[in-house]
Design a protein around this ligand. Sequence first.
Ligand code: 5AD
Ligand code: SF4
Length: 471
Amino acid sequence: MHNQDDGANTETGPQAGSGEVTSARAKRKVQIRSFGCQMNVYDATRMGDLLEKEGYEETASQDDADLVILNTCHIREKASDRVFSELGRLREIKEERAASGASFKIAVAGCVAQAEGAEIRRREPAVDLVVGPQNYHKLGDFLRATDIGRSVVDTEFPIEDKFDHLIAPSPRRLQQRGISAFVTVQEGCDKFCTFCVVPYTRGSEVSRTPENILTEIRQLGSGGVREVTLLGQNVNAYHGEDESGRACSLARLMEKIAAVDGILRVRYMTSHPRDMGEDLIAAHGNLPALMPFLHLPVQSGSDRILAAMNRNHRAADYIELIARLRAVRPDIALSSDFIVGFPGETEQDFRDTVDLCETVTFASTYFFKYSMRPGTPAASLGDQIDEDTKRDRLARLQNVVERQRHAFNSAMVGRTVDVLFEKEGRQPGQISGKSPYLQVVHVDADKSLIGQCHQVEIMAAGTNTLFGRFA
Ligand code: 5AD
Ligand code: SF4
């Protein structure tokens, strides 16, 4: 059950007390601002679909918004802290609007909402609604409650499955999905890496049913989407139950998705090395729609640190796994997350990470300074690493992986690759798309080719993008 905080009415203005949304009234506008991971981007799209049904229109600007939803991230301290400074600014807007008799609502969604719950309203009473990621399907009810002057905090993990509330987006919103779309297939994590808040904010692993996912992907395919990236905190642990009650693996799910009309490409993220099953590795060799790019975080190259992180594998296991993937798909490009400065990380541990990087070679990499998260086991470990050391190690690792990224992009020059065109380029007469390896490629071509896949010869490599011409 959600927890409605009846006493505190922060609502002012003409809409307070009306409790209804009618077509006679001008559409209300919502701005949804997402921070953090792609799952938040996907959730924001779903919230937008739902709110359209509730009579809200999405706007990119807070100036004409009647409701702002901060879709927050809790993974590192910086991201979390930012929420309260944003809320301070939104409170000022609310006060200005109230002075002129207008209403302005503030909602906090995402992982900070889940982690902090009612504490958010205690620190910032101007907030009308706090809603955790498991409860977005109830947004309509919650907003109606705020219309009659209530404030709502709901961070329960419900018994009902939020994915049962699949909403068919309007043709206009479907079109806004573009060519490449995210689809969450799995949520939550049972791995409990000792640094990570995800198992606490997103709960334990839940997989959507293949049928439910396919319904959504058929809608997307008919709306012009050509590439889907399947999302999950631990996506390769996916095991949705099919209609006969059997568990469907991610590999099998992707086979089904590849057969959906219009879908040309499939990707997935984020995976854990321990859950790379045989059939998933094999799919990289025999499922043509599955793109040869894999984001497979290793976090550290030191066995001692991997154990302290509770990653449940050694550096050598990761290297062997990569060799198996390369055996079935020699051109597979890899990307990883790394954390530097985990408690107790010595110079030698860090060098082991650099060595792993040199051994594997990554096409792109994300690296983070360890950030102590309240309530996680690593937060209470001794031997926390000082900020200067973290900064120094980050810069050194950055050097190594930037060199690798540059080498990877430069090696594309002269090669011919399939590019799926997604949008108009920055220069007039240019369109841009993605290579199979997730690189942005610009080509001088007519925009009627957007949504199509074409062979492109790569002519030049910039810092972040490639330039090509039709082969
Ligand atoms: N500090 C720094 N980085 C973290 N990540 C997760 N938790 C933390 C933390 N406490 C990183 C991991 C993960 C990515 C999504 O964020 O590298 O793979
Ligand atoms: Fe966090 Fe990923 Fe580890 Fe799960 S597998 S606890 S989401 S880092």
